[in-house]
Design a protein around this ligand. Structure first.
Ligand SMILES: Cc1cc2nc3c(=O)[nH]c(=O)nc-3n(C[C@H](O)[C@H](O)[C@H](O)COP(=O)(O)OP(=O)(O)OC[C@H]3O[C@@H](n4cnc5c(N)ncnc54)[C@H](O)[C@@H]3O)c2cc1C
Length: 479
């Protein structure tokens, strides 16, 4: 029986551990925190349950695929597909509803100008083309280098696919081609933030995200994202994975042997999957990092008429990203509210609501920024509460808890960055650290590596890492 160490119990590490154990490896998972889930943690207060990290699930078949491969589909929580995917609003009181149904979204766009409804249709058509040309080949296998990737694109799309891929500009220029109103440009540009990036510097390839949401749905996990972590933890138990919680592990190659484990408790392994961020050992400021975020968890003493996902845009998106990528907390931030009780009664007692509010924030560039976060948090907390009160008529908003970049950094995220690697530039997504490391038998899995951040992406990363590691331990080398 081959021995594999998994370092880190985020979604990527949990997936890799489960798939490796399911394939017959003897797996030990080291997690430095006392709880599994990494960025996906949960807070419960007075019967209100709120995720502190991910809230929205895309690509549900990636998750179902993992649970099927590890024979744990019976543990999978229920997913609810939202017909109103997100509501967007602005200070002038206008509201845009993005539905799964294209006709309804196009209708909602009409208020922003005569051509905007057609813009919605052409935007989603281009988003689908982008997904077919770049997204599918990027997501279907581990990225091992440009020649192999381009061969996959060519096989699926022919020369036109390759040419289309090379012509991609920024997400903002794509938004400008389809929309005239600043509001709908903001809507399209927001999808760059799913990778912690600026729409003014990230490739238009990120338009594949709205296509994925429209075609495959925006989903709520019953009980919250934390329920998915619990389900994976139960699967690991069933598969006999040895869980070593509260243990910070390292790995090293010594005389062509891989040694991993906590200081003083290291032992040899045939392969190691590292779910710790590959940049976590670099000094802060070594490289630009994807955005971090501030989260406030709130509750109200009545059930709010608030959509499940509601984004309140700041007035000047260009300035907001300029501030974010020059290290400042935005002065007029866009705020994302998640109100899970709108869909799932188990998330809050009857007649009450829990609300997750999130503001994009810069990743920290020096440890000197830690101290400033108590004041930034106070300002942002007040902005989140004041904005919620403008969106829905509610007087009584109680603060439960908050998470800042400092908290994320304490869990191993470099500078508190949510997505780690910053994919700016035309070829940004291809410059991520690869899953296969330069040390034989060591594989990286997680948000900074291929294919990127977000729950389904890191689960794919864990799946790819497990597949490569299994090939290596079974056949003694890359195949
Ligand atoms: C506020 C917020 C909102 C988000 N919203 C969404 C969303 O709506 N939808 C979505 O899909 N995604 C969202 N995300 C992103 C998503 O949560 C992450 O991309 C994903 O959970 C990252 O998983 P991971 O496995 O890469 O790493 P992590 O979750 O960071 O896990 C890594 C684990 O490794 C452990 N570790 C690190 N070093 C060591 C070591 N040396 N030894 C032992 N253990 C170690 C850490 O403690 C941690 O538990 C959000 C994230 C945040 C923070």
């Amino acid at each position: 029986m081959k021995k594999v160490a998994v370092i880190g119990g985020g979604f990527a590490g949990l997936t890799a551990a489960a798939e490796l154990a399911s394939a017959g490896a003897k797996v030990t998972l080291f997690e430095k925190s006392p709880t599994l889930g990494g960025k996906a943690q949960v807070v419960t207060a007075d019967g209100v349950t709120l995720d502190t990290g991910p809230t929205l699930l895309t690509l549900p078949d990636v998750v179902r695929g993992v649970f099927a491969r590890i024979h744990a589909s019976d543990l999978l929580p229920k997913f609810t597909r939202l017909s109103l995917q997100a509501r967007y609003s602005w200070a002038d009181g206008r509201t845009f509803d993005c539905h799964e149904a294209l006709d309804a979204t196009a209708k909602s766009a009409e208020q922003f100008g005569a051509k905007e409804s057609a813009g919605i249709r052409s935007f989603y058509a281009e988003a689908e083309k982008t997904f077919r040309a770049a997204g599918e080949p990027y997501l279907e296998a581990p990225f091992e280098g440009m020649p192999e990737f381009l061969a996959r694109v060519f096989k699926k799309q022919g020369a036109t696919g390759l040419i289309n891929g090379m012509q991609l500009s920024t997400l903002d220029s794509l938004a400008k081609r389809h929309f005239h109103s600043p509001q709908l440009r903001q809507f399209a540009n927001r999808f760059a933030t799913y990778a912690g990036a600026s729409p003014y510097r990230a490739t238009a390839a990120f338009a594949l995200i709205p296509h994925i949401e429209r075609a495959l749905g925006v989903h709520h996990v019953e009980g919250g994202m934390g329920a998915l972590v619990t389900a994976l933890a139960r699967a690991l138990e069933r598969l006999g994975v040895v869980l070593r919680l509260g243990e910070t592990a390292t790995w090293v190659e010594k005389k062509s042997e891989l040694i991993a484990g906590p200081p003083g408790g290291e032992s040899p392994f045939d392969a190691v999957v590292v779910n710790a961020d590959p940049f976590s050992n670099e000094p802060l400021g070594t490289r630009p990092l994807a955005m971090s975020g501030y989260v406030a968890l709130l509750q109200t003493t009545r059930r709010l008429p608030l959509a499940h996902h509601h984004v309140v845009f700041g007035n000047d998106y260009v300035r907001e990203f300029d501030e974010l990528f020059s290290g400042q907390v935005p002065s007029d931030p866009t705020i994302y509210f998640c109100h899970p009780a709108a869909t799932d009664a188990s998330m809050a007692p009857e007649g009450r609501s829990g609300v997750f509010a999130m503001v994009n924030a810069p990743a920290m560039r020096t440890s000197g920024e830690v101290e400033a976060w108590s004041e930034h948090a106070r300002v942002l907390r007040e902005k989140c509460i004041a904005t919620l009160k403008k969106v829905v008529p509610v007087d009584d908003v109680q603060f439960i808890a908050e998470r800042t970049p400092v908290d994320l950094a304490q869990r191993g995220a470099p500078g508190g960055s949510i997505y780690g690697f910053l994919p700016h530039g035309k070829f940004g997504p291809f410059e991520r650290p690869k899953i296969r490391s330069s040390t034989r038998g060591v594989f990286f899995a997680g948000g900074s590596t291929h294919p990127g951040g977000g729950v389904p992406m890191v689960m794919l990363s864990g799946h790819f890492a497990a597949t490569l590691a299994l090939k290596e331990v079974t056949f003694g080398g890359p195949s």
